[in-house]
Design a protein around this ligand. Structure first.
Ligand code: BG6
Length: 322
């Protein structure tokens, strides 16, 4: 059981003008939590991996890509949405502490606990109108892992993952607390699959002059000269040259579509499997689905972070619709 610190309570609405509250539906049988704002925006989160599998704007437009063959029953990581990578990115056969873990760790394949919801109102800038936001908190702790997984990574920890739905954005933040008597090392990443209309018209801006590791070219280090376009299999780990709060913007047909702002996450992965890799993944559908997705993944993955006993790490990303 994860304790939720500073558990917020719902704020009272002004008596004169009651503000409609967000609705939250918990489907225990399906292991799914859905929140909808009074203005129509919605988010859908599976307890399996605390995976956000849908984020829609007020007109019902889906912002995340989810494979038509994504396995949602808890037997596999979800192919799409926002799987959570922890405590290892990829596999790390040379890193003793995480060498036994499956690809991208256990957080995305573990069953999380729903800790609760909180709502708040905020003023839109330049307007007197008030908006309702809703925050969903999920927890995973070492004590809730099965014996097999604990044996692979024997540290005590608490993870709290918060998914906050606002009218124009979605904030996903994670707090990692070391409850062990010894330090541990970890990597963490929000493996966000963004839905796009046509990958051929997509560019990712804001990473100009950034160094990156090109995983499809022998892990060589390169420097991004201009905006990123996708014309083949792409698997890159960027260290953005601009600060973490500098947005990375996804454009479609030259128009800004969505931006990603990082908080305390030093790295950004850009991934598109393209034809052959998509064909090799059984849960990737349709097979040309790589044309309608791009992964832009905020995290801390270039090097392991050390967390001392009792210490906590917090990182977040905000996705803004533009
Ligand atoms: C990306 C990695 O983050 O995830 C890729 O950079 C990997 O190397 C991709 O192929 C998908 O991983 P998985 O385990 O979900 O198939």
């Amino acid at each position: 059981m994860v304790d939720r610190p500073n558990k917020p309570s719902a704020l009272a609405a002004t008596p004169q003008q009651p503000i409609a509250q967000a609705s939250v539906n918990i489907d225990s049988a399906a292991g799914r939590v859905t929140a909808t704002l009074p203005t129509g925006e919605s988010v859908d989160v599976l307890l399996h991996g605390a995976t956000v599998i849908s984020w829609k704007d007020a007109s019902g437009d889906e912002k995340l890509w989810l494979s038509e063959k994504a396995i949602l029953d808890g037997s596999k990581a979800v192919r799409g949405g926002i799987p959570l990578v922890f405590p290892v990115f990829g596999t790390a056969p040379d890193h003793a502490a995480t060498s036994k873990l499956p690809q991208h760790g256990f957080a995305r394949i573990s069953k999380w606990e729903f800790l609760g919801k909180s709502t708040s109102e905020s003023k839109q800038s330049g307007s007197s109108a008030e908006d309702t936001n809703v925050k969903l908190d999920f927890g995973l702790s070492s004590s809730s892992l099965d014996e097999k997984t604990r044996a692979l990574w024997p540290y005590d920890f608490d993870l709290i993952y918060s998914v906050t739905l606002e009218r124009t954005n979605l904030v996903t933040s994670i707090v990692i607390t070391n409850k062990s008597a010894e330090a541990f090392e970890f990597e963490v990443l929000l493996h966000t699959y963004l839905r796009v209309k046509d990958i051929n018209n997509v560019a990712v801006e804001g990473l100009e002059d950034s160094k990156y590791i090109d995983k499809v070219d022998g892990a060589s280090t390169k420097t991004q000269s201009s905006s990123i376009t996708i014309t083949g299999e792409t698997d890159r780990v960027y260290t953005p040259a601009k600060g973490p709060s500098e947005p990375v913007v996804v454009t479609e047909g030259g128009k800004k579509a969505l931006s990603v702002v990082r908080d305390n996450f030093t790295d950004l992965v850009v991934w598109n499997p393209w034809t052959e890799k998509a064909a090799s993944m059984a849960d990737f559908a349709p097979k040309d689905g790589f044309k309608t997705m791009i992964c832009v993944e905020a995290g801390s993955v270039k090097a392991f972070q050390t967390l001392e006993p009792g210490d906590a790490f917090e990182g977040a990303q905000t996705l803004y619709t533009l």
